[in-house]
Design a protein around this ligand. Structure first.
Ligand code: C2G
Length: 128
């Protein structure tokens, strides 16, 4: 079984996230999502609309997501990749190059973001 992993906050889940997750899944047979905890989001200077359990519940309902693990720090990725026997690490290309050090452990793939949507923009439009 070829395992794929990706990480993120996935707040206010939208089709940009879903596009990424579906494409990530297609790179293997099993998709693990490292979901940023509320506490780690603070380190990422992100305030979430939905808390971890709510964001997890939405991700769990996606057919393409097979497993969800908490993302609590930047440094956990190599351990996750080794412990879960992951073959492919995937992120949107807004992270292009930032995780190349993981090539030591597995294939690293950056996929084009869905350009016209972001949680930040969604919040701004909703607040208008
Ligand atoms: N994404 C996308 N298109 C969008 C918005 C997001 O492809 N319009 C992708 C991002 O590139 C990322 C994933 O969806 O790969 C999750 O996005 P975020 O929840 O914003 O994740 P981020 O805050 O970038 O956290 O350790 C990695 C971090 O946890 C990534």
């Amino acid at each position: 079984m070829k395992k794929v992993i990706t990480y993120g906050t996935f707040d206010l889940l939208h089709y940009g996230h879903v596009n990424l997750l579906n494409r990530a899944k297609k790179l293997g047979d099993y998709l693990i999502v490292g979901l940023s905890t509320n506490e780690f989001n603070l380190q990422k200077n992100k305030t979430c609309f939905f808390d971890y359990e709510e964001r997890k519940k939405m991700l769990e309902s996606l057919r393409c997501v097979d497993e969800i693990i908490p993302e609590t720090c930047w440094e956990q990725k190599p351990d996750d990749i080794l412990r879960h026997d992951v073959s492919v690490f995937v992120m949107g290309d807004d992270w292009e190059g930032k995780f190349d050090y993981l090539k030591e452990y597995c294939e690293v793939v950056y996929l084009p973001r869905t350009p016209e949507i972001s949680t930040t923009e969604l919040k701004a439009k909703i607040l208008k």
